[in-house]
Design a protein around this ligand. Structure first.
Ligand code: FES
Length: 105
């Protein structure tokens, strides 16, 4: 199935260490500009219900604001309890200074 890319923001709009939430086709996504690069993950924590974009980004570690679970921003894998399911990770590319994301199924 072909991917559909969604243009979300200009690269210059998000400083390193910052993140921002978006909605694409009803799905909440967080775009993270980490020290390691740019990544896009599901914005709703896999533990209960909290928006990851309201948490913290520390290097490659994305920390939930509600109970403190942490995830690897590079692939969504769990780094710390209480979450035990990963966050879905989405393809991200930068084209002519514009950040674009394609949703994983
Ligand atoms: S909702 Fe994220 S750790 Fe509980």
């Amino acid at each position: 199935m072909p991917e559909t890319w969604h243009r979300l923001l200009a690269e210059s709009e998000l400083a390193e260490g910052a993140m921002k939430g978006f909605e694409i086709d009803g799905r909440e996504i967080v775009v993270c500009h980490s020290r390691e690069g740019w990544y896009a993950l599901d914005n709703i924590c896999s533990h209960a219900y909290a928006r990851m974009c309201e948490g913290r980004l520390r290097g490659a570690r994305l920390i939930c604001p509600l109970h403190g679970a942490s995830f690897d921003v590079r692939n969504g894998s769990v780094l710390g309890a209480p979450a035990n399911a990963p966050l879905a990770s989405h393809s991200l590319r930068i084209v002519n200074g514009q950040v674009e994301v394609a949703l994983a199924v």
